[in-house]
Design a protein around this ligand. Structure first.
Ligand code: ATP
Length: 264
């Protein structure tokens, strides 16, 4: 992977996310509906890295899906970059636990898929795609198909595929949850460097207290199902962060604060 240039500035395209009193109930045949979210309100600042944490079933994925525009809320509103979300949009890049690459396309074709679909595939975009593949360490895997890539490589290809669209906000749903510990640590390091460089707004769903403390500026803890915001914690650890920080007293204290809220 190429060295990442540090920049304290918030990315020009980074956008804020405003979530106001969002409710969502899933209706089921011949059974009572299941409330997933009850009155979630939250502001994510432009350029902020926010982690969403909470017990299983508290509605983390549902909330992310509502921000992405894949699911509609029953009431309340989500505003991204000043505009109400009414459906999916390329200014919101979404990354899931399973990288959503097209298996019949090469890494290069996968990365260029978005610009091609939007009719903006210029020489400049191709040049940027080549640079992105360099950044994510996949320049040599440009002509490989997804099945020829390792788990970590597939994740990095999915990153490049999303980043080429210059999303103002990255929505990540437990993206490293299925990876082994070593690959996962590598991807967390990669994401920290990427965020340090681009300062894209990130909303990151995780189960893992340590991951939330390592990555997030703030951690929003959702309450037991159906979810509402239980607390929003400022992590307050200095940036840039690295894996070595996980051994500091401040880091251990940050984890303890998150755990206390989770267990409250
Ligand atoms: N499409 C759906 N149809 C019906 N119920 C759903 C649907 N999606 C989610 N739910 C329900 O909504 C609730 C919240 O689910 P969600 O996946 O958002 O929680 P989560 O916090 O992300 O859980 P986990 O941490 O286990 O992934 C759960 O009770 C789930 O069963």
């Amino acid at each position: 992977m190429s060295a990442v240039v540090e920049s304290p500035a918030v990315a020009e395209q980074a956008t804020g996310v405003r979530i106001r009193d969002v409710h969502k109930t899933f209706h089921r045949k011949r059974r009572p509906g299941r409330a997933a979210l009850e009155g979630v309100s939250l502001d994510v600042e432009p350029g902020e890295f926010l982690c969403l944490l909470g017990p299983s079933g508290c509605g983390k994925s549902t909330l992310l899906s509502i921000i992405a525009g894949f699911t509609s809320a029953d009431s309340g509103e989500v505003i991204v970059g000043g505009r109400a979300v009414t459906g999916p949009g390329h200014e919101r890049g979404v990354l899931f636990q399973t990288p959503n690459l097209f298996p019949w396309l090469t890494t290069w074709q996968n990365v260029l898929y978005g610009p091609k679909a939007r009719g903006v595939l210029t020489a400049e975009v191709r040049e940027e795609a080549a640079e992105l593949l360099e950044t994510v360490g996949l320049a040599d895997a440009r002509d490989a198909y997804p099945h020829e890539l390792s788990g970590g490589m597939r994740h990095r290809a999915a990153f490049a595929r999303v980043l080429i669209n210059h999303p103002g906000v990255l929505l990540m749903d437990e993206p490293f949850g299925a990876l082994d510990a070593i690959t996962r640590a590598g991807m967390q390091r990669f994401l920290l460097e990427l965020w340090q460089k681009r300062r894209t707004t990130i909303v990151f769903v995780t189960h893992d207290v340590e991951e939330a403390a390592l990555l997030g500026d703030r951690v929003c803890v959702l309450s037991a199902p159906p979810g509402g915001t239980k607390a929003v914690l400022d992590i307050g650890l200095p940036r840039p962060r690295s894996y070595d920080d996980t051994e500091t007293l401040e880091f251990v204290q940050a984890k303890r604060r998150i755990r206390e809220v989770l267990e409250r």
